[in-house]
Ligand binder design. Structure first.
Ligand SMILES: *Cc1c(COP(=O)(O)O)cnc(C)c1O
Ligand SMILES: [Zn+2]
Length: 392
C-alpha cells in the first residue's frame, strides 16, 4: 500500500484569511476570533489522491491521508472510523416519493455516530502536537467519541454534557474512563463549564469548530460520497447542529475540484433542524448572515439541540452557495420517521437521522426538492442509543 502522506501546509482564517502555523496547537483565529481551516498542497496531493490509488487503501477515513492533518502516520489513532455504507433505500424512497433515495449510515462508526470521524482526526493531531489532556462540551455523542479516542491514545479526557443526555451516552463516557461533568441546561451551558476547566488546567479544547481538525475528519463524508457514488449526489440532507459536517463536506468538494477530480457543480445542501431549536433555519429564512441564539432549545434529537452554533456564518454561507435549503421539523415527525426508516429499510436511525426524512418529506411536498434527484440522507448515528424513542 502506498502511504498517503499529509500535505498540510498551514491554517487559514475562514473570515479574515490570516495564515496561522499548523504545526503548533491552535484554537481560533488570533486576529478575529473566527474558525481556522486547514490548507494543503493540493498539487502535491493530486499526484496520489486518485480513485485507483485510494481504492487499494484500508477501509478507513485515513485512506484520504493526503488531505488529513496527521503528519506521522504512526500518530494516527484509529478505531475503524469511516467508509460507512451508502445504502439504496428504494422502499423508503417509494413511500416518500423520491425516485433515487440513499442513506449514508453513519451509525456504523465506532461509538455509533459520525462524531468518531472528527474525534479521530482531532485527537490524533492534538496528541501528535503534544496535548496532555483533552476536553469538550457536547450534546452527548462528541463526548463519547472523545472519551473513546482519548482512551485509545492514553490521554485523559474531560467531558461536559447536559444532565438529560441519553443514558447510553452517559454510560459510554464513563466506560471509556473520561471525567464526566453533567450540567443543568444545554450544550452552551456545558461549553461554559469546559472553558472554565480549560482556563484553569490548560486542557486542549476540542469544542466544535473552535479547533481546526474535527472538521477535517468530518469532511471525509464528502470524499466518501464521491468515491462510493462515482460522482456527487444532487441533494444532501443533513441534520444540522454545530454544522461541522455541512461545512466539512463543502470544503471536501472544493478540494476535489481543485485537484481536478470534479467540476464546479455542487449538491444542494439541506440543513434540517428541530422546531424546538432552529436558529439556522430562522436565520436562513430571514436572509441573515449570522444566527441569533435560540431561547429554551428543546427536542428529542440531542445532536441538533445546539442553540448557538459557533460557525453559524459558515453554515449559512454553505447553504446559500449551493442553492441549499433549511427546514425545521416537529419532534412527532422525527419519532414516526425513526419507525418508518426501520420498517422500510432495515436501518436503525437515530432521531437526528430520522429528522432528515421528515425534512425531505416536507420539501418534496412543497416542491422545493426534485423527486427525480439523487438524494442522500445522513443517518448520523445508531438508534441503539435511544431505546426511549422506540414505538410501543
Ligand atoms: C452532533 C450530531 C449532529 C450534528 O452534527 P454537526 O455536524 O455538528 O451539525 C447530528 N446527529 C448526531 C447524531 C450528532 O451526534
Ligand atoms: Zn481571522
Amino acid at each position: 500500500m502506498a502511504a498517503a502522506r499529509s500535505t498540510l501546509t498551514h491554517l487559514e482564517c475562514s473570515i479574515c484569511s490570516e495564515h496561522h502555523d499548523a504545526h503548533v496547537l491552535q484554537t481560533v483565529c488570533t486576529k478575529c476570533g473566527r474558525v481556522l481551516l486547514a490548507r494543503y498542497d493540493l498539487d502535491v496531493a493530486a499526484r496520489t489522491f486518485t480513485r485507483a490509488e485510494i481504492a487499494n487503501r484500508p477501509p478507513l477515513l485515513w485512506r484520504y491521508g493526503e488531505l488529513l492533518p496527521v503528519i506521522d502516520p504512526a500518530a494516527t489513532i484509529t478505531l475503524g472510523e469511516g467508509l460507512t455504507p451508502l445504502l439504496a433505500v428504494p422502499r423508503l424512497g417509494k413511500a416518500v416519493g423520491a425516485q433515487r433515495l440513499l442513506i449514508k449510515d453513519e451509525g456504523q462508526n465506532p461509538t455509533g455516530t459520525f462524531k468518531a470521524r472528527g474525534m479521530s482526526a482531532a485527537v490524533s493531531r492534538a496528541v501528535e502536537l503534544g496535548a496532555e489532556a483533552l476536553a469538550t462540551p457536547t450534546a452527548g455523542n462528541a463526548g463519547s467519541a472523545l472519551a473513546a479516542y482519548a482512551a485509545a491514545a492514553g490521554v485523559p479526557a474531560h467531558v461536559a454534557m447536559p444532565a438529560d443526555s441519553p443514558r447510553a451516552v452517559i454510560d459510554e463516557v464513563n466506560s471509556f474512563g473520561a471525567e464526566l461533568q453533567l450540567v443543568e441546561g444545554h450544550i452552551g451551558d456545558a461549553g461554559a463549564v469546559t472553558r472554565a476547566g480549560v482556563a484553569e488546567h490548560g486542557w486542549v479544547d476540542l469544542s466544535t469548530l473552535r479547533e481546526p481538525y474535527r472538521v477535517e475528519g468530518k469532511k471525509t463524508m464528502g470524499f466518501e460520497l464521491w468515491e462510493q457514488l462515482g460522482t456527487l449526489p444532487d441533494v444532501i440532507v443533513y441534520p444540522t447542529g454545530g454544522g461541522t459536517g455541512l461545512i466539512g463536506m463543502w470544503k471536501a468538494f472544493d478540494e476535489l475540484e481543485a485537484m481536478g477530480l470534479i467540476g464546479p457543480e455542487r449538491p444542494r445542501m439541506v440543513a434540517v433542524q428541530a422546531e424546538g431549536c432552529a436558529p439556522i433555519v430562522r436565520a436562513f429564512e430571514a436572509g441573515e448572515e449570522r444566527a441569533t441564539p435560540w431561547e429554551d432549545p428543546s427536542t428529542i434529537a440531542p445532536g441538533i439541540r445546539v442553540p448557538a452554533p459557533f460557525a453559524d456564518d459558515l453554515i449559512l454561507q454553505t447553504l446559500r452557495a449551493g442553492e441549499g435549503e433549511a427546514i425545521a421539523v416537529e419532534d412527532g415527525a422525527i419519532r414516526s420517521a425513526i419507525a418508518e426508516i426501520g420498517r422500510l429499510s432495515g436501518i436503525d436511525a437515530c432521531p437526528e437521522g430520522a429528522a432528515t426524512l421528515a425534512g425531505l418529506r416536507k420539501l418534496l411536498a412543497a416542491g422545493r426538492v426534485d423527486p427525480a434527484a439523487t438524494i442522500v440522507l445522513f443517518n448520523t448515528g445508531t438508534g441503539l442509543k435511544h431505546p426511549e424513542l422506540r414505538e410501543a
